[in-house]
Unconditional design. Structure first.
Lengths: 393, 224
């Protein structure tokens, strides 16, 4: 019975293609808006998250909030490493003017220790990163990034040459490999140089021996959470059992924060798009009501030859359902095509229909078909056969 | 087959009560060919609606094929219509979007018959009215007489207890009327019960028995 009735519903929808299409348009647009917006949001989130995790392994930023008049020093970092807790490095920064011959430009100068390159996954293309001896001797040496070498020194073959930072000559001992993607996006400065922390202290008094923060990473073979716990324990002892004296932030926290923000945005956008789906549903109800009036006579005939109230109800309900689901299918197809085009055009492969939102669209469309079809279908089923037969005679 | 006893039906029209049926009594036996004759407004249609289980009487007793039709729900009436009554209407009442074949099949779908039996019955019915070769045509592609023959096939396919024809020739010319009446005669010869409602005395004269209705009152006219 259901199969036959579904066939009849399909026939009715197919029988008036233009009207059916116009009726479905609301649902098509609604599903399209919902699926494309949410999928784009999801794709962008995945893309950015992927870029963030490409920034390097997990490291922690430790911030000292209150040093209890016992400022953290380089010796403390040495102690952390000596105890095998993990790697720890300070990072001081100062802005300087870098100069080579007549070329000069603004530089972001980082003062740090050799282990920093391991903590932050920096890779050196030519030469070496800073060495412990550089730190001990307050050496004037620098590791510069690729862009600085190319633009300011004019060549990648500039190891051993001098560059002037605020007029002070620094020997170039290494050139960093260019990091692409988000890592370079997050950096505000085009030209960057790493120099020993002890040297940086002399360049800028704000780079203090009392550390306000430092970077930390767990030993390679250790469980990161355990390492974090051990560091936490060490720091608490260091600061008189005061948990609030310091904070440890995970770099994955950025990703989590971003995900929660975009999650909220996604729900919001989805909600707005869902409203257009409801509008589409009202369109279906409208046309179904017209259709019921137009087909009053047909309903009468069907009832006279034995269709029960339930059968008529089912027929019109299925028609509404077919309209909304067909609209949903077309909307999904349109979304798929659009997302494919966006993916191709942007070169970002993350833009695909997210299965979750597709499922939501299907369920929502069915519900809309059922809910907005129920009233017209019931109206059709309730028509008394004699009056329906007499209609427009 | 059909027993009506003291059946009354009243309508409210513009604040006035109209006695569409006034203590109507009628007895139709199995295999009879009965014509019900009356001018318009005489209560013919009301009688047909009640016999056809499209409507219920206000009072009185109605028995169809040994089954008393009284306080049935709409759902149950639909079931009785589907099993026992084969309607044939003045304006054919075919569904315009469906082909002849599909129109004939429709009541069988509502009876929930299996597909094979449906196909068989559709073929038999359409062959009997001589339209099997036009089964793929839509009603608009058929002449009035052909449409009425499809409608008869639709009634025929359900193997109803009675054929209930309401002015079946009212919209047809005299030649086609003859063709349609021939089909009714052949159905009658095969043992079907036929109730034909008409105001055309020429058509009514072909029935074995005639019943007159006027102002809701039914009177017999025994001819044989």
């Amino acid at each position: 019975m259901i199969v036959q009735t579904a066939k009849m519903a399909l026939q009715a929808v197919w029988g008036s293609k233009m009207r059916s299409f116009l009726t479905m348009l609301g649902i098509i647009i609604g599903v399209f808006a919902l699926v494309v917006l949410v999928s784009l949001m999801q794709g962008s989130t995945d893309y950015i998250a992927g870029e963030i995790s490409a920034l390097g392994g997990s490291y922690y930023t430790v911030r000292i909030e209150d040093d209890h008049n016992k400022p953290l020093s380089m010796d403390d970092l040495d102690a952390i490493m000596a105890e095998g807790l993990g790697s720890a490095a300070p990072l001081g920064q100062t802005y300087v003017t870098g100069k080579n011959g007549r070329a000069s430009d603004a530089f972001l100068l980082y003062g740090t220790t050799p282990v920093y390159s391991a903590i932050n996954d920096l890779s050196v293309e030519y030469g070496t990163f800073l060495r412990q001896s550089n730190e001990d001797n307050h050496s004037r040496v620098a590791v510069i990034n690729r862009a600085a070498a190319l633009d300011l020194m004019g060549t990648l073959d500039c190891l051993g040459q001098d560059i002037l930072f605020n007029g002070i000559p620094f020997r170039i001992i290494g050139i960093l490999a260019e990091d692409d993607g988000m890592a370079s996006m997050f950096r505000m400065q085009d030209y960057v140089a790493y120099i020993p922390y002890s040297t940086a202290q002399r360049m800028d008094p704000s780079v203090s021996s009392a550390l306000g923060s430092f970077y930390f990473s767990a030993p390679l073979d250790a469980d990161p959470e355990q390492a974090q716990d051990r560091l936490d324990h060490w720091l608490r002892e260091r600061f008189d059992q005061d948990e609030d004296a310091y904070s440890i932030a995970d770099n994955t926290a950025i990703e989590e924060t971003m995900r929660s923000v975009t999650g909220v945005l996604q729900t919001l956008i989805g909600g707005i798009a869902a409203i257009s789906l409801i509008v589409g549903g009202i369109g279906i109800m409208n046309i179904m009501l017209v259709s019921v009036t137009e087909r009053t006579r047909e309903i009468g005939i069907r009832k006279a030859i034995g269709a029960s109230r339930r059968t008529i109800l089912l027929q019109f309900l299925l028609e509404a359902l077919v309209l909304s689901l067909l609209g949903c299918a077309l909307g999904l197809a349109l979304s798929g095509i659009t997302l494919a085009i966006v993916s191709l055009a942007s070169g970002i492969s993350y833009y695909v229909i997210s299965p979750g939102v597709a499922a939501i669209a299907i369920v929502f469309s069915s519900l809309i078909g059922l809910i907005f079809g129920l009233y017209p279908a019931n109206k059709a089923a309730a028509k008394p056969p004699i009056e329906a037969l007499r209609y427009s005679e | 087959m059909i027993i009506l006893k003291d059946v009354c039906k009243r309508y409210q029209v513009g604040g006035e009560t109209v006695n569409a049926l006034d203590h109507a009594c009628l007895h139709i036996r199995q295999g009879e060919f009965v014509a019900i004759i009356g001018p318009s407004g005489s209560g013919k249609s009301t009688l047909m609606n009640i016999i056809g289980c499209l409507d219920l009487a206000d009072s009185g007793r109605y028995e169809l094929d040994g089954q008393s039709i009284e306080e049935y729900s709409e759902e149950e009436l639909a079931k009785i219509r589907s099993r026992k009554i084969g309607f044939i209407f003045q304006n054919f009442n075919l569904i315009p979007k469906l082909t002849a074949e599909e129109n004939v099949e429709l009541p069988l779908i509502y009876q929930q018959l299996p597909k094979r039996e449906r196909q068989e019955r559709v073929m038999q019915a359409l062959e009997q009215v001589g339209l099997w070769n036009r089964r793929q045509h839509k009603p608009t592609e058929l002449s009035g007489g052909q449409q009425q023959r499809v409608a008869i096939a639709r009634a025929l396919a359900t193997k109803p207890a009675i054929f209930l024809a309401d002015e079946p020739t009212g919209n047809l010319d005299s030649k086609t009327t003859g063709e349609i009446m021939d089909i009714f005669h052949s159905l009658h010869r095969q043992g079907s019960t036929i109730v034909l409602i008409t105001h055309d005395s020429g058509v009514a004269a072909q029935a074995a028995r005639r019943v007159h209705i006027l102002d809701g009152k039914v009177t017999e006219e025994e001819t044989v």
